[in-house]
Ligand binder design. Structure first.
Ligand SMILES: [Zn+2]
Length: 150
């Protein structure tokens, strides 16, 4: 864990762990390694290796859209998920896992239908919701899940 006034953030470009002061979180911090923005307002596409880095090394909750290219509802939800990323960053990291390419990840989390949204925090899954949602519902569901006592 970081001290209360800093956060560990994993870069969406090079997946290096950065330490960012809480007060700088909202002022568009750059990655210390690749110098690209740590927040892009876009979901980051993760494979098994980068998923584990974001899961285990970031202090931010990780909201993952498990999807596949052949899935119509997944493609319909994609713009809503992107809009939700712009709204929820920098309090959360939003990510997409293509279950066609990352079958081991989908199996590890027993993804039975797509799209499925899963919310991870401090290395474990805290909520899951199968089925396509609009932007407002994604944001509302995520905030409600994070507000629940654990
Ligand atoms: Zn980077």
């Amino acid at each position: 864990m970081s001290s209360p006034d800093t956060l560990h953030l994993v870069c969406p470009h090079c997946h290096t762990t950065n330490r960012v002061a809480l007060q700088h979180l909202s002022s568009a911090p750059d990655c210390g390694k690749c110098h690209q923005p740590l927040f892009t307002g876009q979901p980051v596409a993760l494979d098994a290796a980068s998923f584990d880095r974001h899961l285990s090394r970031s202090d931010l909750p990780l909201l993952v859209d498990f999807w596949a290219p052949w899935c119509g509802p997944c493609r319909m939800m994609a713009p809503a998920f992107e809009a939700a990323a712009a709204q929820l960053e920098p309090q959360l990291r939003l990510a997409k896992v293509n279950t066609e390419d990352e079958q081991a990840l989908a199996a590890r989390y027993q993804i039975r239908s797509i799209p499925t949204l899963a919310l991870f925090w401090q290395g474990r899954e805290i909520a899951r919701q199968p089925g396509a949602m609009g932007q407002a519902d994604i944001v509302r569901w995520t905030r409600a899940a994070l507000a629940r006592p654990r």
